[in-house]
Design a protein around this ligand. Sequence first.
Ligand code: C5P
Length: 297
Amino acid sequence: MSDFRVGRVRATAFAKVTLSLRVLGRRPDGYHELEALTVSVGQPHDTLEAVAVPHAGASLEVVGDDAMVPQDEQNLAVRATQQLLLSVGRAGHGVQLTLRKRIPSARGLGGGSADAAAALLAVRRLLEVDIDERRLHDLAAELGSDVPFCLGGGAAWMRGRGELLEPAPLPVGIPMLLVLPPFPIPTPSVYAAWDEMGGVRSRRVVQAPRPVADVLRELANDLEPAAEAVEPKLRPFRERLEEATGRPALLAGSGSAYVVLADGPRGLPDLAQNLSLKIGAPVAASATVSRGVRVES
Ligand code: C5P
């Protein structure tokens, strides 16, 4: 391979938090039409390292104790790498990925999608792939509904299946606690339950504090009743959480993670630690960040 380059690119893949999610209906393709206000947050995050290797194809090593994370082509980061190489006629090139997982799977935080977006941007940098933003976005949309958002990140309205993005004027540094229940919830089961329940709209509405209220005053998640039907432990968990914090909790995407918006960053790590002890689940002190992926050479 004449233009094989030795190199290494490291990327940080930030979790995605859905502050509000309206499901507008089921589409003929089986997906659902959405309107969601979504932000990237600094914690938790995964890191992905991409190294150029002399044998063709993408391989992956996952570091971390999440048994649900596949190491093969089932992993979106591997698929993203393969699709990118294929689409730009570089299928003969080789990339070894190392993924350090901290965003837990099936908690509604878009971890797999963030990893896929990180792989697209890291491999583009690593192999100096010439691809314009439009094609990269289309490639992301083929990989999964949340991947286009994760590619750009920040704060955005997600519409359509998730691929239609409009920047939302929210600042970085909005403080929050991210609560990670010990049980996963598979996204397809939640959407299927939403269908079976006749397309429910969530009746639970949370008044947004500022500065979120400047963009959207009432936050609701239409997937919450469906997620509670799929996982009966979810509602009692939320009730304990809300009692412990004295604040309303927002379900992240299709669950099971919850977000509690905080007044300010001061003392947030201590609050997270105390809350974690009280409810017996990991809690991250987090805040909004300006992008979905940070790439470093
Ligand atoms: O696009 P992605 O593969 O990430 O979606 C995972 C699952 O979530 C889909 O199989 C579908 O069940 C559901 N989904 C949906 N409508 C969306 C996004 C996801 O029904 N807009």
